[in-house]
Design a protein around this ligand. Structure first.
Ligand SMILES: NC(=O)c1ccc[n+]([C@@H]2O[C@H](COP(=O)([O-])OP(=O)(O)OC[C@H]3O[C@@H](n4cnc5c(N)ncnc54)[C@H](OP(=O)(O)O)[C@@H]3O)[C@@H](O)[C@H]2O)c1
Length: 274
């Protein structure tokens, strides 16, 4: 299988490259149709994986002040891929997000629910492209992951990130354990699955709960406090999506991910050894 990855130098792109070490990794702007067309014609991939996107540094608050750059990478870029892969009949995978919802845990959001979280520009751009791709369900696999984590000290790992916070929300969320995410996406690719899929570990956890386990497993001296939802504006400019996604569609496809608490414990055990 000839794989081509856009955004291979990014956090998730590097993991996908480790999954497909022979993949071609062009450094072109995905919103530049001429350059995208040229790499597709040169490499003639069987599968294109789009890991490119603007996520902001140090976090999505950056996107509030860089709206055009964010729109360019998160909406215009995937539109170019849709058109250029479409013209060549190339199967492609968009690494999207489930951070387009806000809601309590009573009814997990499914792939047919329309985005309802408008609290950040980042999430609005992701919601727009998510909905557009819904009109091309036979052409593209839209991977909707959330809060990726693993057992490394990578600064983008959710656990490493929240270990630096002194106050944490106790709101339950869906999350994606990167080793499970990679296997699940690979299984979907092997099946040439298309359309939107929530690719999250079943169950939900809060950052506060994860750090309680961190204290138990990794560092008994770690300290943190509870951050109330209403106090979030004290530490973040933009709102943050809090939601639980249904993993049923993935399961029905025969692709399983382990329960989230089991995955978090495994990640913490490997952090403990570092
Ligand atoms: N990390 C998360 O928490 C998370 C959760 C859910 C979904 N996602 C989605 O997954 C995707 C990858 O996220 P990530 O965490 O790996 O982000 P990342 O570490 O910021 O990596 C994104 C990569 O995309 C590249 N890029 C940005 N705009 C581009 C463009 N127009 N053309 C070509 N390359 C471009 C960046 O290159 P430069 O750095 O050189 O600009 C970077 O290498 C994003 O679409 C993100 O929304 C991420």
């Amino acid at each position: 299988m000839n794989v081509l990855i856009f955004g291979a130098k990014g956090y998730l792109g590097q993991y996908f490259l480790s999954m497909y070490p022979h993949a071609v990794t062009p450094s072109v702007d995905i919103a530049n149709a001429v350059d995208v067309a040229a790499v597709l014609d040169t490499h003639k991939p069987d599968v294109v994986i789009n890991c490119a996107g603007r996520t902001g540094r140090p976090n999505v608050d950056w996107c509030e002040d860089h709206k055009i750059e964010t729109l360019h990478s998160n909406v215009l870029g995937p539109l170019v891929l849709l058109e250029e892969c479409g013209k060549r009949n190339i199967y492609w995978v968009h690494i999207g997000t489930g951070c387009v919802y806000s809601g309590d845990s009573t009814t997990p959001f499914t792939e047919t629910d329309a985005p309802n979280f408008e609290g950040s520009f980042y999430s609005r751009t992701k919601g727009h492209i998510d909905q557009i791709l819904n009109d091309f369900q036979d052409e593209v696999l839209n991977v909707r992951l959330r809060m990726p984590f693993d057992g490394t000290k990578n600064e983008r790992n959710l656990i490493t990130k929240i270990a630096k916070y002194t106050r944490l929300l106790d709101t339950e969320n869906s999350m994606s354990y990167i080793p499970d995410l990679l296997n699940a996406v690979d299984a979907l690719i092997q099946k040439k699955a298309t359309g939107p899929y929530n690719v999250v570990n079943p169950g939900a956890m809060s950052p506060y709960k994860i750090m309680s386990l961190y204290k138990e497993i990794v560092d008994p001296n770690h300290t943190f406090e509870l951050l109330k939802e209403e106090d979030l504006p004290q530490v973040a400019t933009a709102g943050r999506s809090n939601c639980i996604l249904s993993a049923n569609k993935l399961k029905q496809e025969g692709v399983t991910m382990r329960p989230v608490e089991e995955a978090v414990r495994e990640a913490l055990e490997s952090l403990k050894l570092q």
